[in-house]
Design a protein around this ligand. Structure first.
Ligand SMILES: [Zn+2]
Length: 425
């Protein structure tokens, strides 16, 4: 007779899932674990997100959805969605982790974030169909029943959370994973490595991945406008409205000196505003027609769509999206007289990167007009078909009082002043 020795008492964790959910006597396809616990089911209609819906439809069976509380065609055990949810959930971390910058009140920071994980998922990505926070909470908790196994802190389900990839410059914590790639890239291109920057390898090696959701096709016969100030009161001809001759190109946000691009606008008003005329200036407007479909990168509002499509690369997409947004705002920002020539380098670099991937150009917001701007690398797919002149009758200036010292300085120097001012407070 062998001797049995009890080495230690084992703690048995009982998941009290069943009592929370409605019993499904009618449902014959109940999933059971050890023949005891009925796992609740969710369905494709519980989610708003297209990737999740498609995934569920592929894997699911007919059943009773415990969250919609109705019979559905496509039902699945929520924990089967864990792998899809991990990278998205991993964007968030418990507020308790945050540490304040010197002088910041920790209480303020904690008050600033008052959303739970399921609420952030709904706010940021519209993941769920229902806006009922209780239903969504139940769904997430059912999806991650054993929090020890998941690789984000288990407090994530019991604490308010923050997005680690948001620009939260106020909160100086090493827990924030956001990196201001624009600032880092700018610094490197301006002062360290101009043509072969090392920073942000993922983006520089995978630009197509990121550009893929910003591609816009400009159809044949689309109409755009370009303007030139007519110093003498004469109208420029169509032939004179193309991109500037090489010897006349100057350093610009999109093109370096010596390389000529065609800058157009989506409407006449924007084209006139962008040339920054004075009152009584005569401006020639040229109308351009697209004669061969153009494939351009639209920087105006790049969105990655469903976050569940990217797996482990999701973080890269999110970080690099901010780079494209910065490119848009830099291109849109009007040039002011005090600008340093070096400031053009980062935008020129990224415009060149887009060109190297065989796109015809890019679209960016207009700061001065009500339409948008287009930069075209090669003008042989457009033709100027008509020109006319306009006289500028009025220019509206809006302004506000600012610290003059800050106005004239470069962003990096402004930061230095801010830090010094903070220290002197
Ligand atoms: Zn459902």
């Amino acid at each position: 007779m062998p001797l049995l020795v009890l080495l230690e008492t084992r703690q048995i964790i009982v998941y009290e899932l069943t009592h929370k959910y409605k019993k499904r006597e009618k449902d014959k396809s109940l999933r059971r674990i050890g023949g005891i616990i009925n796992m609740p089911l969710c369905c494709d209609c519980c989610f708003n997100d297209q990737t999740l819906k498609e995934f569920i439809k592929e894997k699911a069976k007919k059943g009773y959805c415990d969250f919609c509380e109705t019979e559905r065609e496509y039902c699945i055990v929520p924990s089967e969605l864990q792998d899809l949810f991990y990278p998205v959930v991993n964007l968030y971390a418990p507020v308790a982790e945050l540490e304040p910058m010197k002088g910041e009140e920790i209480g303020y920071i904690k008050e600033h974030y008052e959303d739970f994980l399921w609420e952030m998922l709904q706010k940021d990505w519209k993941v769920f169909c229902s806006n009922n926070s209780e239903v969504n909470e139940k769904l997430i908790r059912t999806m991650f029943p054993n929090t020890e196994k998941i690789y984000y802190p288990s407090e994530c389900l019991d604490s308010h959370v923050y997005n680690c990839f948001e620009n939260q410059t106020k909160y100086f914590s090493d827990k924030i994973r956001y990196k201001n790639w624009w600032k880092l890239l700018t610094k490197e291109i301006k002062h360290e490595n101009r043509f072969f920057p090392k920073i942000q390898k993922w983006f520089l090696e995978n630009p197509d991945k990121l550009f893929s959701f910003c591609v816009k096709i400009l159809d044949e016969y689309s109409i755009f406008y370009r303007t030139r100030i007519s110093n003498i009161s004469r109208k420029f001809s169509c032939d004179e409205m193309g991109k500037p001759p090489l010897e006349k190109t100057i350093n610009n946000r999109g093109n370096p000196k010596g390389i000529s691009y065609l800058y157009l606008a989506s409407n006449e008003n924007t084209a006139v505003s962008e040339v920054k005329p004075y009152i009584n200036d005569i401006v020639t407007v040229g109308k351009f027609i697209v004669n061969n479909e153009l494939s351009v990168i639209d920087l105006r509002n790049p969105q990655i769509g469903s976050p569940f499509k990217y797996g482990e690369e999701l973080e890269y997409y999110i970080e690099n999206l901010s780079l494209l947004k910065s490119l848009d705002s830099e291109l849109s920002r009007p040039v002011n007289a005090s600008r340093n020539e070096l400031d053009y380098l980062p935008t020129q670099y990224l415009c060149e990167l887009i060109k190297s991937k065989d796109y015809d150009g890019l679209i960016y917001n207009s700061f001065l007009g009500d339409g948008y701007n287009i930069l075209i690398y090669n003008d042989n797919k457009l033709k100027c078909v008509e020109t006319w002149t306009v006289e500028v009758k009025n220019i509206k200036h809006e302004y506000q009082k600012v610290d003059h010292r800050l106005l004239v300085l470069d962003e990096e120097i402004r930061d230095l002043y801010r830090i010094r001012d903070k220290e002197n407070e």
